[in-house]
Ligand binder design. Structure first.
Ligand SMILES: [Zn+2]
Ligand SMILES: [Zn+2]
Ligand SMILES: [Zn+2]
Length: 350
């Protein structure tokens, strides 16, 4: 019924290629600098502690886009989370509020312009950072004193349109549209109260029909429209499925309902848990009102927290780089990891 190939890669690796812009950069009201708030650290601020994002828009920077017409050579510093300019004449790495010079390790290529957007951003020749000069203060420079605008152009930064996502827009089960050849994919389950469970494993989409006491299932896998017919019976929270094998003993498996039944619909609609012999694991089978279904066999599970609002994200908390930012695109949920890789997820509607 389902071929399981190879091991399960970390689910982030199935996300599609990097895009050419990155949202989630923030202005820090303490130092006036620009820093990346998409990681699970607030970095290091020249005024002490981490940077702050309170009061800041989400800025969008050109990212790994060689064709972008702007000043390239701006880098993210993994030590302070700040943006700094590596293309300076002195070939210095500047001064980092975390101590020593900024780091270029792990950064992509950022580009900014003097074009349209929010103007008044300046390069500081003392620390090599960029800072907002449109306030009454020149902030705090890690090189000592305040930032300098001497020799800088007038940079303009674009503000990302950050749509607000309510928690209700996230609740439920979201499946990656991208699958491996073996039919493996990532899934997120958002539950009320801020917990999210990420799984990676086998995902099989199918269509089903009910004809009397027969359940006819057709796989959605491209090129493999396999059909199977089982006799079903539902008693309480148990779903019994029996495959009749011609000239042989029939095989029955019993599934147990997950959660409460939906009122006023066929009792098969909902989620059912049961053994999955090919992996000796457990599968969850879902049946929707619309005749579509899904079989999910999780191999890897990771639990994190999520939040909606203007900067919706998942935080797995275990290590830096474990944050996934979220946005909606119509019916789809778009995830973006710290490397800028995006994934597209569709919600299972019962
Ligand atoms: Zn700061
Ligand atoms: Zn730094
Ligand atoms: Zn400075």
């Amino acid at each position: 019924m389902l071929a399981l190939m190879g091991g399960a890669p970390a689910y982030f690796s199935v996300f599609a290629a990097a895009a050419d812009a990155q949202d989630g950069w923030r202005w820090c009201r303490k130092c006036q600098g620009l820093w990346f708030a998409g990681n699970s650290t607030a970095g290091a601020c020249a005024s002490g502690g981490g940077h702050e994002e309170t009061g800041s828009a989400s800025y969008r920077l050109s990212y790994n886009a060689p064709g972008f017409r702007g000043q390239h050579g701006w880098l993210w510093c993994s030590k302070c989370q700040g943006l700094w300019f590596s293309g300076n004449r002195e070939r210095t790495y500047g001064l980092c509020p975390a101590g020593g010079a900024h780091s270029r390790i792990g950064s992509g290529d950022y580009a900014i312009t003097a074009g349209s957007g929010q103007r008044n951003w300046r390069w500081c020749r003392k620390c090599q950072g960029v800072w907002f000069a449109g306030n009454q203060t020149e902030g705090i420079c890690p090189a000592g004193g305040v930032h300098s605008a001497v020799g800088s152009g007038d940079y303009a930064l674009n503000i990302a349109d950050a749509p607000i996502i309510g928690d209700n827009d996230l609740l439920g089960i979201w499946s990656a549209q991208a699958r491996t050849k073996g039919g493996l994919g990532a899934q997120f389950t958002f539950v009320r109260g801020g917990e999210v469970v990420a799984t990676f494993g086998a995902l099989v989409d199918f269509k089903y029909e009910i004809n009397g006491n027969r359940l006819i299932t057709t796989s959605d896998e491209p090129g493999k429209a396999e059909q199977s017919t089982e006799v079903f019976a539902i008693e309480g929270n148990t779903l019994q499925l029996t495959i009749a094998i011609p000239q042989g003993p029939s095989v029955t498996r019993a599934l147990t309902r997950v959660g409460d039944p939906y009122p006023d619909v066929h009792p098969i609609i909902g989620a059912w848990r049961g053994p999955y012999p090919p992996t000796r694991g457990e599968a969850i089978t879902r049946y929707s009102r619309s005749g579509s279904g899904q079989l999910s066999v999780p191999f890897q599970t990771q639990t994190g927290s999520y939040r909606g609002g203007t900067a919706p994200r998942i935080d797995f908390g275990a290590s830096a780089g474990s944050v996934v930012t979220l946005r909606r695109d119509g019916d789809l949920l778009i995830t973006r990891n710290v490397e800028g890789k995006e994934g597209t997820f569709r919600r299972f509607e019962y």
